[in-house]
Design a protein around this ligand. Structure first.
Ligand SMILES: C[S@@+](CC[C@H](N)C(=O)[O-])C[C@H]1O[C@@H](n2cnc3c(N)ncnc32)[C@H](O)[C@@H]1O
Length: 407
């Protein structure tokens, strides 16, 4: 390594001037190099401060590579959780508390409230529980006894604070093999400070390369305005289950009708849908009925050949639209009745003193206050989500005349 020499007084003076003009040099400085004039030197050790599966402390734990990356990161965080000297201690201290997660994440809600989630959110929650259980089963022998609650907490820390990372820091000799072995679930890393950013529809895109992450502003911001990043194109059921919040205006939001449509098919029709790639994910927005829903309703309503020409793309289906819209409206009316019923139940939830989950429990006043506050927040987010769905269903239904014509 060539020695970095002092660049001379005028360069220090220039660097100070540039700093006053708004240019910030962080961890680097000008220096003189023999044969190259002035260049830039690292003014201190510069390391990529990420928690990823390639971080030294995690590699040294030798967790089997077959275990999920999510699970391995969570196990590492659980094992260092009580270590006051751990290298990420100041970072850990600003993470949400276990009580915060008990309140906001449906995974931790009492089952009577989980069962009041929309069907699509319940499916996502079931998949999340399955992943967590698998990771716990794999990793519990590496953790102290009775650490399931702590592991669940750190697993959710990883879930809510990770960003996409496909290991660009690996040497070119290892990169192709590594990337080949990755699944979407493996592309995770945690980055201090980046995980402060909240999500909105159109926020800044976090960029990543071998040096780590960068967030470049996507537009001008006024001082005091919140700067968001986008976590991806997620609907509100996904945001609720994975992150514990919903957006009031979500450009990616959809309302799913699978639980109304799928049970009405005979087994052979389900096979047909699977073969044709039209099984499940039937959605509507306040203005449109998605193509998959259109296909499924055609199979339910029309002669098989009319369905077939539609899914093959040979016919745009407009001559059958009236019948399909009538069927769609019936379904939306059915859903509207179900929504009102669920909203009544949510509205009637008692958040103070006598919930089913509390019968026979001895609780301190502090616990009781926290639990009542959590129930009130859970009730509130359920009420808001169901109102969003009711508005979408009613608006979509209004867009279809009772004789099937669009208004
Ligand atoms: C990556 S962290 C962002 C920092 C976090 N707000 C905190 O206090 O540490 C992700 C979490 O922030 C919260 N969050 C992010 N975007 C949000 C939003 N638009 N509205 C409400 N909560 C949001 C959710 O609790 C989510 O699980």
């Amino acid at each position: 390594m060539a020695a970095a020499l002092s660049p001379g007084e005028q360069h220090h003076f220039f660097a100070k001037w540039a700093n006053e003009q708004g240019i910030e040099m962080n961890g680097v400085a000008p220096a003189k190099f023999v044969g190259r004039g002035i260049g830039i030197v690292a003014a201190r050790d510069l390391e990529v401060t990420l928690i990823s599966i390639d971080s030294k402390p995690i590699r040294s734990r030798n967790f089997p590579k077959s275990f999920s990356i999510h699970g391995r990161l969570a196990a590492h965080l659980a094992l260092t959780y009580s270590d006051l000297d751990s290298s990420h201690r100041p970072w850990q201290d600003i993470w949400p508390s276990e009580q915060d997660f008990k309140t906001i994440l449906p995974l931790n809600w009492p089952t009577n409230l989980q069962s009041l989630l929309p069907a699509a959110a319940q499916d996502l929650l079931a998949a999340q529980q399955k992943k967590l259980e698998k990771d716990w089963k794999d990793l519990q022998s590496f953790l102290p006894p009775d650490s399931k609650d702590l592991f669940t907490y750190t697993w959710m820390i990883v879930n809510t604070r990770c960003f996409y990372w496909d290991y660009p820091n690996l040497p070119p000799s290892r990169l192709p093999k590594k990337r080949q072995s990755l699944t979407a679930d493996d592309c995770y890393a945690m980055c201090p400070f980046l995980d402060y950013f909240n999500h909105t529809n159109e926020g800044c895109e976090p960029l990543h390369d071998a040096s780590g992450y960068a967030v470049i502003s996507n537009r001008d911001y006024k001082a005091g305005e919140e700067v968001y990043v986008s976590y991806g194109s997620h609907n509100n059921d996904f945001l609720l289950v994975e992150y514990g919040f919903i957006l009031a205006q979500n450009n990616c939001d959809v309302t799913q009708l699978d639980h109304l449509i799928l049970p009405k098919f005979a087994e052979a029709e389900i096979e047909t849908l699977k073969e044709d790639g039209f099984y499940g994910t039937y959605t509507v927005t306040n203005r449109c009925v998605c193509h998959r829903t259109q296909a499924a309703l055609r199979l339910q309503t029309l002669p098989a050949r009319r369905y077939r020409v539609f899914v093959s793309g040979a016919d745009d289906g407009s001559s059958d639209q009236k019948r399909v819209d009538i069927r769609c409206r019936q379904l939306l009316d059915e859903y509207a009745r179900e929504i009102i019923h669920t909203e009544d139940i949510v509205d009637g939830l008692v958040v103070k003193g006598d919930l089913e989950t509390r019968v026979g429990e001895e609780r301190s006043t502090k616990e009781a206050v926290e639990e009542d506050k959590a129930r009130a927040e859970q009730k509130d987010i359920l009420a808001r989500r169901w109102k969003q769905i009711r508005d979408v269903v009613n608006s979509c239904s209004r867009g279809l005349n009772s004789d099937g014509k669009k208004d």
